[in-house]
Design a protein around this ligand. Sequence first.
Ligand code: KIV
Ligand code: ZN
Length: 500
Amino acid sequence: MGTDYVRIFDTTLRDGEQTPGVSLTPEEKMEIAAQLDKLGVDVIEAGFPSASKGEQKAIKDIANAGFRASICALARALRSDIDAALQCDVKYIHTFISTSEVQMKYALNMTPEEVIETAIEAIQYIKDHGAICEFSPMDATRTDIEFLKRVCRAAEEAGADYINIPDTVGIMTPKSMERLIRELREVVKVPLSVHCHNDFGLAVANSLAGVEGGAAQVHVTVNGLGERAGNAALEEVVMGLHLLYNKRTGINTRLLYETSKIVSRLTGVVIQPNKAIVGENAFAHESGIHTRGVVVKPLTFEPFNPELVGRRRKLIAGKHAGRHGIKAELEEAGFQPTEEQLKEIVARVKELGDKGKTVTDADLFAIARTVMGKTAEEKIVELSDLAVVTGVRVIPTASVKLIIDGKEYIAAETGVGPVDAAIKAIQKITSSLANVRLKEYRLEALTGGSDAVAEVIIKVEDNEGNIVSARGAREDIVMASVEAMISGINKILLKRLRKT
Ligand code: KIV
Ligand code: ZN
């Protein structure tokens, strides 16, 4: 495979499942395993058989599913654990024992000599059963270096195929990790691996440094799941290896985003928006300078093409957005606004941004549909002012001021709610022009929060049987409804004019 190939040992289904609050059914584990196999990992650590009967079933099913990746199970350096792993039909066993003073004394209650002996016995037992053996001196990075070297030599002599160096509580720095792996490489010939935890947010950097020091394999989890602050994130380590270190892996990077989504859905662990590679914002640009840059040449503000990891670039309409970005985003979605329409759309987007709102694609398109529909129509009736009163002991009331042919008209009405009251007030003012009634009313809150942009889509009909549909999009439901109703009335009036 060459020295530039780094093996990807995925432990999403073992250490990843140790994420507080995460517990997967055998079916869910199988779905993730199938995706990891498709992704191209070299090893899938499917679980810890001693944990439960369900865990054993899940591992056995995965081991017999015919995947290309090697299927591994975790076992303490105990015969009973190793037997449980062998019964799951795996051909690869990862066995571990604590080697740091604090863990030997307080977690194992064993002397260093007992630890070495136990490790040797476990490795030999695994090898006697014909399985591949990966050995981890747990808490290696807090282990006395001379003792760690002794343990590694003993593990190699006992037949371990790989030695994994766990940074169990995540205390390494890239420098110390690189140095440690270099030092151990002088002691043993078996391929070394690193297993980094993220307690100081350095798991990915330490894994990459481990590879620089000569590690042939990295332990990773999808989305960086794992005990406490998690493990090194597969997607970040792999992209770093490929693009920053010029290394190869078996990973099809175009499946990284899809894999991250599947794991997030099944584990229920949401991905922070600003997470590298797979976070929602990882390829989103908002500021005018950036959006303008990426529209002209993506490389200006992107380290690599998002398609490489199965993603698409996103231009965000917000208060920092510029005309260029908004125009490009609208054009990509098939909108061709005129300069005047674009100006109005940008103004509305910035107005929302100033109120602290993020404008999603759906919001932007709703605004565009409304603005483009509205400026295309002539305005016979225009809104001048609107006031509504509503509450528990108050009858919802709306007062509306409209301008028709340059003259102001005011009406107030009550209704079952403020929307109903406002629409009735509009109908009252415009009844002499056209008796327009609401045939259909649909409200869509486009984004999640209570400050979402609401899109109101209506169908109206007059007493001559003219039917039109219209829409309004505002943060305020009453405003969106009024905008839609006035747009509907204008459309009806224009239709009538064209008939005469
Ligand atoms: O973090 C750790 O030390 C582990 C071991 C089981 C390898 O997960
Ligand atoms: Zn771990």
